[in-house]
Design a protein around this ligand. Sequence first.
Ligand code: DOR
Ligand code: ZN
Length: 455
Amino acid sequence: MVSVDLVIRGGTVVTSGGMFRANVAVKDGKIYAFTAVSEVLPADKVIDAEGLYVLPGVIDEHVHCRDPGLTHKEDFKTCTEAAAAGGVTTIFDMPNNIPPIKDVEALRMKIQEAERKAIVDYGLYGLLTVGSLPHVMPLVENGVIGFKMFMGPTTGNIPPPSDGEMLDLFSVIAKTGLRIAIHAEAQSIIDYLISKLRSEGRKDPRAHLESRPAIVEEEAIRRVSLYARETSAKIHIVHVASARALDAIKDAKSMGVNITAETCPHYLLLDDSYYEKLGIIIKVNPAIKSKNDQAALWDAINNGLIDTLGTDHAPHTPDEKFKDDVFEAAAGFPGLETFVPLMLTQVNAGRLSLTRFVQLTSENPAKAFGIWPQKGSLFIGSDADFTIVDLKATTKIRADKFHSKAKWSPFDGWEVKGIPVYTIVRGNIVMDHGEIITTKPIGKHIKYSDYVSIL
Ligand code: DOR
Ligand code: ZN
């Protein structure tokens, strides 16, 4: 009888289509077979998954690992350890580094750091900014997973391309098949509102929301959707935070734009009452909005208007974050280690199904970025990436125990029910009941060009 490397025994396997009990056999980093629970293939290692759920590995397509250049906030070691601890098997890393990842030289620097440090798989975004046109094809040829464009100001203050430049960039990228992830907030409205609020002496946490009302999201999404329709570019709106943004996405989808959309746990679980309850810690771009916006996002999670969930893991030092003036404070917070427990708690509360969770965190991101079914599925022959979860386990979020360098969180102290207990990357067990057990940087660079023949 054939011997395999690993058997995950007796768990409930969850796919995007349903659930069944089976053993999963892994050989050479790939899914080799599913067998009846009574039939255990000889294996070097057996994980007892009785009572546990075996999910395809969670893909977080929105992470800021800060490496290179901002490693006082985070680096690929701490970032991917946070991912592994949080049950995430693949991350896509954002390009607002120092230097920004806008050319091949910067991309190579980033690849070098990741190769030495990463313990989960990683895709890397290239940046679209002023002057990006000559850099697009070299970045594609060097394996970026997609592009990122910041239309509004955020960490790094990277200027957006002009509208004309966007059209040109979209036309070129459309031919490659890569998707463009977009931070859709209108820069000029935000700049105007910030200076107005500052001149009125405002610096309280809620002033952040007032500087970024929902119209800034809606305007940017509608504008960029027109450019995507014009050029046939594929776009992905990250961190959707408002009902108005959802209206714009719905209209774009009905116009035939190839558009996908992400939201994040903080928009689903926090609302504007938290500006008073928690203060500056919830500053994030886009801003946390109203309860009505939150309710619309929950509908969109379940009706398919939102395609993916990402964390927008955005670590900073406490000094950068906790300022007296909200306009001086860094935006964002770490999310990799709270993502899966927070969302599984919502599964337990009946607000989304486990299969929908798998679609949002695994199948859909893999499909949107062209790496399905090698990732984001549990097919025989797919990468053996698994997030094994205990849906009954309860705990309290402890930010001081994070692997991220940022040991603080708006969710610190929250009770959760449902936690990841094993993280497995191409057959390598990287996390076992909260402990990081890999000593080698086994993470692999996931290149779009390796999955789809485009060149
Ligand atoms: O709050 C945010 N922080 N939003 C972003 O879009 C970027 C992120 C960061 O890089 O700090
Ligand atoms: Zn981000």
